[in-house]
Write a protein that binds this ligand. Sequence first.
Ligand SMILES: Cc1cc2nc3c(=O)[nH]c(=O)nc-3n(C[C@H](O)[C@H](O)[C@H](O)COP(=O)(O)OP(=O)(O)OC[C@H]3O[C@@H](n4cnc5c(N)ncnc54)[C@H](O)[C@@H]3O)c2cc1C
Length: 575
Amino acid sequence: MHCCMAGRRSCWTRMCGWALYGRCAGCWNWVEDADHSMTRSPGPRECRAQHTHMERTGHHTEVKMDTRLEVIVVGGGIAGMACAVQLVEQAGPRPLRIRIIAKESVSGSNSFAAQGGMAAVWHPADSTASHVRDTLTVGEGRNDPAVVRRVVREGPAVVRTLLGMGAAFDTNEAGQLVLAREGGHTMARVVHHLDRTGAEIVRVLQRKVHALPAISVLDERAVDLIVEHGRCVGVRTLAPGTDRFTDRHAHVVVLATGGVGQVYQHTTNPPGATGDGIAMAIRANVPLRDMAFVQFHPTALYTGETGTAFLISEAVRGAGATLLRPDGRPLMAGIHPQGDLAPRNVVARTIARVMARTRAPHVWLDTAPIGVRHFAREFPAITARCREQGIRAGRDRIPVMPAAHYLCGGIRTDGAGRTSLKGLYALGECAGSGLHGADRLASNSLLEALVIPRHAAKCMLRDFPKHTPPPDHTNTGASATAPTSRATAAMPNSDALRRTMTMHGGILRTTHGLHLALSRMDRANTTVEQAWQRGDHGEDVLVQRNLVATSRAILHAALAEPLSIGTHWINPVRK
Ligand SMILES: Cc1cc2nc3c(=O)[nH]c(=O)nc-3n(C[C@H](O)[C@H](O)[C@H](O)COP(=O)(O)OP(=O)(O)OC[C@H]3O[C@@H](n4cnc5c(N)ncnc54)[C@H](O)[C@@H]3O)c2cc1C
């Protein structure tokens, strides 16, 4: 342990405010970090008690007392990690402790699964105005134009930052970024790393997170928000294998819990995408927005199984593949001027109608126009997955079907991730920032997950001193209820609930179907909440509680939209 000001093992001459003999000077707890140098963010990793630290300012001559900003980020995907990194970078020498709470490793996140890329104005012939226009067109005017402008304007800066962090986006022989064109875009503007863009961005962010001692990652599941006197002051969590809740307190809580795809039978989202953050927000009476707008990706690999389906990226159609009906005729001919690259909701709906009419379980994606070699070079992950199914990508037709892919709405926030509940932010896919409106322009979500955290971090650092700091950080005392693992009698059948959502709350909706689904979900909600109140907090109840709450929010929002718009298509007359 070195004193950060004197640079020696112990500091006898000056009060530096940090470590003497390896203990935190503020609270006298042992400090684990070996080095609080000037260039690193000061902040012991596991110094838990609430206290003040000395903050060095200006030319390091002036010393003032300052409260350490405590932030809990729920979710370790791109939005959560970007927020944590931004906080450290913007805080400078200001004391800070950020705990990322993630219920599973980042490979189980939507971020890791992202294939196609991130949209940004990069080509000299492209413009902010054009990207904004495309976003508003696909969102059918339901977007918040100010948020759209903010996110689009900062796209190039985000690309530069990622390149600076070592992201290996695809380049041509001249070293220029290769830009792909995806559905709804009038320009090629999607930067990518093969068909594993999300994993590449995760890689560079994760490296950064691990290098910053102010950030720690806890392997826990957040269960509920802790709200006191109209302010979010923490989260209740459950660690794997433990039988007690922990109340973790912070000045600011950030929900970055990702998607809701598991509400449906077929989804491109991983199993953990159960809408946890949205359900927590609902239980804390935090308003949502645009929940009716669930984007279905037109081309998930059909295998005959339900659950998580492998995505065949839109970039494959961008590279020349075409959709065919079950009988082999072109599917999108005469449907939309952009043909196979029409907005996703148009393509998904067309496929859903064809499948319903022909009773076929899938349609075809003809990859022959791309060629085997080119396909393997551009889309190695898709090639490998197809091979497992006995399909030669680049030559064969791939059986595809639509699958729930992206929630355009979420927890209502402003352009800096602030919700209406003080102390609570929401970022990434669980947030309804207004960027997407009624449908998401392809590859805008990774951009959102990287831009909005910059502004969120700024607000947190600016606003937090006015808040009353929480009295302590963790509490496993009397307020925590012991969860039980006993099996729950008469719990609703998860598969049946997912089938209900797919049939009535999915791509093709009717007023009658939505009411039917809602009454089933209401009954399921009563059962699950009763189990919860009885103290049955097993995995089944934990997951269903969130799935049912999220499903009900989608159905209510869909019923409040009498007209079809964006991803929401409703036929009110069909009974
Ligand atoms: C197959 C696929 C391909 C995609 N391709 C693209 C693309 O090409 N371009 C694009 O822009 N977008 C794409 N998307 C969408 C994009 O990946 C996501 O919208 C974005 O990555 C969301 O990031 P996030 O950080 O908000 O959420 P996620 O990356 O999903 O992270 C959520 C995190 O929250 C954690 N979590 C959830 N609940 C809890 C809880 N209760 N307690 C603790 N932790 C919790 C999870 O473990 C995870 O770490 C794709 C999505 C999928 C599924």
